[in-house]
Design a protein around this ligand. Structure first.
Ligand code: EPU
Length: 434
């Protein structure tokens, strides 16, 4: 088990290369189950969640091969070799409990399996650290396309007789649209008979990235990036080459890293268009954000104004950057208010930030943050991926040393985070305390 020792009080300055998107890569890898022949994915980050998806695809009869060395399409030193995915055996259809319990994104194989193999046996995901995360909208969408479901020993078993059939459906839920649900149903509809219209679809860039890859494979999808996606079903999809989009959440996390350390970072290979709400809130806080081509420049001069922020579906402020913004506002100059509308219980970082001297009070889905002059190093614990990122940020600005336990949560979603931060001035040691 690894921990981080974070020596606080450092100021970040320099260039950071943003990796390819985890949340784009995972469903895109699952979508490869539907393609005939080899698909080559570029920019897939090296993360433990990606390793879990590689394992799952292996269990489902795919040959997955990661090329070594630099990926030469984008100028600059990308460290990740391309990933080749080829389906070699179409008989398997089970996503086991062992994998689903470690990674909920395993649910992404549901649509591709039903569409291509006519059967999917997927362990029902259990509880999750960021709150209740049901998959009812995924299942309802597949049922509307004609799949039949039953539950057997903790697994959902979906079957299709003949081909899935396109239809017009509403895909939203009580908390708004679903990102992976939209991608899952869109994938299934790509191989269905006739036209499917998804109303209330998620507009996240990860949905568009997957639609763009499916279209290269031969799918006929329009309207992605808007709440109404139209999919004209085709009979076959073929392997292609595709580069995943930059990780907007990693990028947003580094933007806040620059701000919280009073630093100055140049973030390479990213897209500010995907972070417009984050840039807007940071500018309100007093952080300078600008861009030139694919580079974002972020700097801060210590005065941090209080703000109000509510997480929303894209293009609103992402829930995946809520915890990191809270760490920043914890040392702001007044009282800020954060409301979490996507996962109303996603506040496990509040208690840990308070252990470091923050003054944050939670009231239902809202946190009231009274800015303090300084945070102090303490031993704190990772609870989920983004909460852990917030604690790394807090540790960099805290007085003294912060010990962060259970960093495996961070390794799920941030590629070489301590190396990237140390290269621009942080002092973070990874220790193995077993
Ligand atoms: N929801 C339902 N029923 C469903 C599906 C979702 O009620 O069948 C609810 C959820 O409980 C939540 C809301 O709908 O309240 C939105 O959840 P969504 O389905 O959009 O989440 P997701 O697709 O499972 C992805 C990301 C999350 C990110 C959310 C929201 C991946 C692998 N995961 O999850 O990322 O927080 O979208 O943007 O893409 C992370 O990277 O740390 C992470 C948790």
């Amino acid at each position: 088990m690894y921990s981080f020792l974070i020596h606080g009080g450092t100021r970040l300055k320099g260039k950071v290369e943003i990796s390819g998107s985890k949340n784009s890569s995972l469903p895109i890898m699952a979508a490869c189950l539907m393609a005939e022949g080899k698909t080559t994915l570029k920019g897939v980050p090296r993360l433990s969640d990606i390793d879990s998806m590689v394992k799952l695809l292996g269990d489902l009869g795919c040959h997955v091969y990661r090329h070594e060395g630099a990926d030469s399409v984008v100028p600059g030193p990308s460290l990740d070799g391309p990933l080749d995915i080829t389906v070699t055996d179409e008989k398997k259809a089970e996503a086991s409990y062992d994998i689903v319990k470690t990674m909920r994104a395993s649910i992404c194989v549901l649509g591709p399996l039903l569409a291509k193999r006519k059967k999917a046996v997927v362990s029902i995901p259990g509880g999750c650290n960021i709150g209740d995360r049901p998959v009812d909208l995924h299942v309802r969408g597949m049922q509307k396309l004609g799949a039949q479901f039953r539950t057997e020993n903790g697994y959902m078993v979906g079957e299709v007789s003949g081909r899935l059939k396109g239809c017009r459906m509403y895909l939203g839920g009580a908390q708004g649209p679903t990102v992976l649900g939209t991608i899952n149903v869109m994938c299934a509809a790509a191989l269905a008979e006739g036209e499917t219209v998804l109303v209330g679809a998620a507009c996240e860039p990860e949905v568009s990235d997957c639609a763009n890859m499916l279209n290269k494979m031969g799918a006929r999808i329009t309207g992605h990036g808007t709440p109404e996606i139209r999919i004209e079903g085709v009979e076959k999809l073929s392997g292609v080459e595709h580069r995943v989009i930059p990780d907007r959440i990693e990028c947003g996390t580094f933007m806040i890293a620059a701000a919280i350390t009073n630093g100055e970072l140049e973030l390479k290979h990213c897209n500010l268009d995907h972070l417009i709400a984050v840039a807007d809130r940071l500018e309100e806080v007093g952080v300078k954000v600008s861009r030139q081509n694919g580079t974002i420049f972020v700097s801060s001069n210590r005065r941090l104004n209080p703000v109000e922020m509510t997480t929303q579906p894209y293009p609103g402020f992402p829930t995946d950057i809520q915890a990191q913004l809270m760490a920043l506002l914890a040392i702001g100059d007044g009282m800020s208010v954060i409301t979490e509308r996507i996962f109303p219980d996603r506040f496990l970082h509040v208690g840990e930030l308070n252990r470091m001297g923050a003054r944050i009070r939670k009231e239902g889905p809202t946190a009231v943050i009274q800015g303090v002059k300084e945070l102090q190093g303490a031993t704190v614990m990772c609870s989920d991926l983004r909460a852990s990122a917030a604690l790394v940020l807090a540790g960099m600005v805290a007085k003294g040393t912060t010990r962060l336990d259970r960093v495996y949560h961070i390794d799920r979603g941030y590629e070489k985070i301590e190396q990237k931060l140390n290269a621009v001035g942080a002092q973070i040691e990874r220790i193995n305390d077993r």
